[in-house]
Design a protein around this ligand. Structure first.
Ligand SMILES: C=C(O[C@@H]1C=C(C(=O)O)C=C[C@H]1O)C(=O)O
Length: 196
């Protein structure tokens, strides 16, 4: 029997998986569905998260560096930094631990061009909190906070989960922009609920 029309093999659709594109960030009052009041309270925190986590953990706060180095920044990061797509920058990824548990995953980035122009000790922080540096220097101005459901594939494997709330904001000092993104992990919500 003639096989006509020929049965073509199912097309293999290769969906390019680009982590370089990154998440879509929105102002916290434009998120849909809207976060709960408790989630918004954390997402909109204007003060130092380091300070708030330290208070929630009754003083038990620690920064655990996960990875740091030069890399090509994601498109959403370049856009927020006002840098050309594919710019190189320093990336610092850490857990912020409260009461001995990872409560927040944070990724902070700045372009190489900006760091060469306006030196800043981002690469030399180790387990000291970046928040102390940013909030103790009045020359830093913070831009509005944006949030998203942070893509699971951008999280460390140990805490990888879909749908976690992330927020970011840009801290500016002269020609330097430090973009700080923080993702709230389930242990933080449990600790916060237990405190209320
Ligand atoms: C920006 C702050 O600094 C925190 C400290 C970080 C670090 O040490 O890498 C990263 C993100 C922060 O949440 C803050 O305390 O608000």
């Amino acid at each position: 029997m003639l096989d006509w029309p020929p049965r073509l093999p199912l097309p293999t659709v290769i969906v390019p998986h680009s982590v370089s594109a990154g998440p879509t960030w929105l102002a916290t009052d434009r998120l849909h569905p809207a976060p709960s009041a408790r989630e918004l309270d954390w997402l909109n925190e204007q003060g130092s998260l380091t300070r708030r986590l330290t208070a929630l953990g009754a003083g038990r706060f620690a920064v655990e560096p996960l990875c740091e180095g030069w890399q090509l920044l994601r498109d959403d990061e370049c856009a927020a930094l006002g840098a050309p797509s594919g710019s190189e920058g320093w990336a610092r990824e850490v857990y912020l631990h409260g009461a001995g548990q990872p409560w927040v995953f944070a990724r902070s980035v700045a372009t190489r061009v900006a760091l060469e122009r306006e030196p800043f000790a981002l690469a030399a922080l180790g387990n000291r909190s970046l928040g102390h540096l940013l909030f103790s220097d009045p020359a830093f101005a913070r831009e509005p906070i944006e949030a998203c459901r942070y893509p699971a594939e951008l999280l460390p494997v140990a805490v990888r989960e879909a749908g976690l709330w992330g927020r970011r904001s840009l801290f500016r000092r002269a020609g330097l922009g430090v973009l700080v993104a923080e993702v709230f992990l389930p242990a933080l919500w449990r600790a916060d609920a237990a405190r209320r």
